[in-house]
Write a protein that binds this ligand. Structure first.
Ligand code: HAM
Length: 450
């Protein structure tokens, strides 16, 4: 049996990296005041067809919808935003909580897309939604957060593309202008564009068909149709980004593939050093009608989602994956099968104190156990034989230096705790703890120690 087309397995090192990437995003979202929420993977299909938009490819072509045994039409979520808003509205989270509601999420989404480089049918998104406040500073905060998430991973060549779709007035005028412009060329354009001209002419700007680009590149630009309010709002946001030192490029062709957007829209792109571009690594924007449309009060929303596969692939190409090799701290090596249970007792005590410990569970020759310890990237091996048990000691071997010493069993835990508390701060100059008494020194902060 093979995995389903468009899906992919995550093997241990890949899976560890996906976890590390999404944990880093979650930590940054948390310090920005966002809270984790987790809607179900299946929703009523109507949630997406009505709200992501009948004219979007996601709904028209890519949704995994089906009837369950009770005759309900359900869908595997093709995106998170509509589900998050449903969760907010259903649970009336706007009633007793301060606005904006700030939520983040991570999990799989499903689109029956054509599998190709960076394009899967099951992929992972990490995203945030901020609901209940329309302010260019709120927009700037979210864009700054997403930007710092990518920077913290070490990605430096990030291209932030940004555009505004304006308010209702701007968009209505722009739609009319696009309609009359494209009507002249539509007979020569692709079938999808013919459909889009009727359902939502803005979506024509997102067409990827090569032959259509000659018409699209000369189409009217949104900037000429923005109302005074929409223009002022966008300028304010751009000024905010300048103040925060976030570089951006305005891309007037950026309309995004989902129908719920209004005002600010943005995407992150990255061309890696091999020249590969996996498509947008993330994108988002304003959706000011969605909450009301889903049955809640009339309140705006703004958010974005990253495609974790595309970010993983980019980091991998750039040699920037956070975990290069899975490594453990300690490998426990009991000599003789009868001593394994003592080994397990010691291993568990260290594990419960946060050390990554593995142990040889078979009867192995000591040489083989050392080979296993090295293969697992262990920093230390603990040797426990009959003699050691009798004398309440263990032998600790530093794998890198090959130094070996005996230590009393009761001192083992504090030995490793002291070792990991060795100073790794900027004043560390090899070997010993620094002499800082100051409690604020990073030496006193366990989290910075490897
Ligand atoms: P989206 O642009 O459709 O937006 O998807 C977000 C990201 O998911 C994309 O930028 C891309 O990195 C990744 N992605 C999309 N399709 C695929 C695929 N087939 N394979 C791999 N990765 C893919 C949304 O989903 C909106 N809900 C974002 C949002 C949140 N807007 C406001 N709030």
């Amino acid at each position: 049996m093979q995995n389903v087309k468009g899906t992919h397995d995550l093997l241990p090192l890949e899976s560890a990296n996906y976890d590390a990437i999404t944990e880093l995003f979650s930590n940054i979202a948390t310090v920005f005041g966002y809270h984790s929420v987790n809607p179900p993977v299946i929703e009523h299909a109507e949630l997406f067809s009505r709200n992501v938009g009948e004219s979007s490819d996601i709904v028209r072509k890519e949704m995994y919808n089906f009837f369950d045994k009770g005759g309900r039409e359900l869908a595997l979520r093709p995106e998170f935003t509509a589900g998050i808003i449903r969760l907010i509205v259903q649970n009336k989270l706007y009633v007793n909580n301060e606005l904006p509601l700030k939520y983040y999420y991570v999990g799989p989404v499903f689109r029956y897309d054509r599998p190709q480089l960076g394009r899967y049918r099951q992929f992972m998104q990490f995203g945030v939604e901020s609901v209940g406040l329309s302010s260019p500073v709120n927009d700037a905060e979210i864009i700054a957060m997403s930007y710092s998430m990518l920077k913290t991973l070490g990605l430096n060549n990030i291209a932030l593309k940004i555009n505004t779709l304006g308010d209702d007035e701007s968009r209505n005028n722009y739609r009319e202008a696009l309609k009359s412009y494209f009507t002249k060329y539509i007979d020569n354009m692709c079938e999808d564009c013919k459909q889009r001209l009727i359902s939502n002419p803005l979506r024509i700007l997102d067409c990827k068909v090569k032959e259509d680009q000659q018409y699209i590149s000369n189409a009217p630009k949104i900037s000429a149709y923005l109302s005074a309010n929409a223009k002022a709002r966008f300028e304010m946001l751009l000024n905010n980004l300048k103040t925060l030192n976030i570089p951006y490029e305005i891309d007037e062709g950026l309309v995004r593939g989902l129908d719920y957007y209004s005002d600010t829209v943005f995407e992150f792109h990255y061309t890696n050093s091999k020249g590969v571009n996996y498509g947008a690594i993330g994108g988002g924007g304003h959706y000011d009608k969605l909450v009301k449309q889903i049955g809640g009060p009339d309140m705006p929303g703004f958010g974005f989602s990253f495609g974790v596969e595309r970010i993983y692939n980019t980091l991998n190409d750039e040699g920037l994956l956070p975990i290069k090799q899975e490594a453990i701290d300690i490998y426990v090596m009991p000599i003789g099968i009868e001593n394994q249970i003592y080994g397990l007792k010691i291993a568990n005590q260290l594990r419960m104190n946060g050390f990554l410990v593995d142990m040889c569970l078979e009867q192995c020759k000591i040489g083989n156990m050392f080979k296993r310890a090295e293969k697992k990237g262990a920093k230390f091996a603990l040797i426990i034989g009959e003699n050691e048990i009798k004398n309440n000691i263990v032998i600790i071997k530093n794998i890198a230096s090959q130094e070996q010493q005996e230590i009393k069993q009761e001192d083992l835990l504090s030995y490793f705790i002291n070792l990991t508390h060795s100073c790794h701060c900027h004043e560390y100059e090899g070997g010993d703890n620094c002499n800082h008494d100051n409690k604020d020194c990073c030496c006193h902060n366990k989290d910075v120690h490897q």
